[in-house]
Ligand binder design. Structure first.
Ligand SMILES: [Zn+2]
Length: 85
């Protein structure tokens, strides 16, 4: 869902860093002489996407690692069916 400008309700293009406030380009320029304190919604979305992607990659790696552990454990069990503990 596209974010809306908190002033005019247009689709937002900017967001204030570390706040949930969104502004369209026009209102952002009107209210902030310095756009450096604003982040582009697009960039923020890309950043979040990257963070999520990295998390996903970590989870996939972790899952692979666990599968490998289970597989190794199965192999040990299979090769030692009468193993006494
Ligand atoms: Zn606006």
């Amino acid at each position: 869902m596209p974010k809306k400008c908190i002033i005019c309700n247009e689709e937002a293009a900017y967001k204030i860093k570390d706040t949930p406030d969104f502004y369209c380009e026009e209102c952002a320029k009107e209210n902030f002489a310095d756009l450096d304190m604003l982040v582009k919604v697009e960039e923020e979305a890309q950043r979040l996407k990257k963070v999520l992607q990295e998390k996903m990659d970590e989870l996939i790696k972790e899952e692979d690692r666990l599968k490998q552990l289970v597989k190794e454990n199965d192999e040990i069990t299979e090769s030692n069916p009468n193993r006494e503990d």
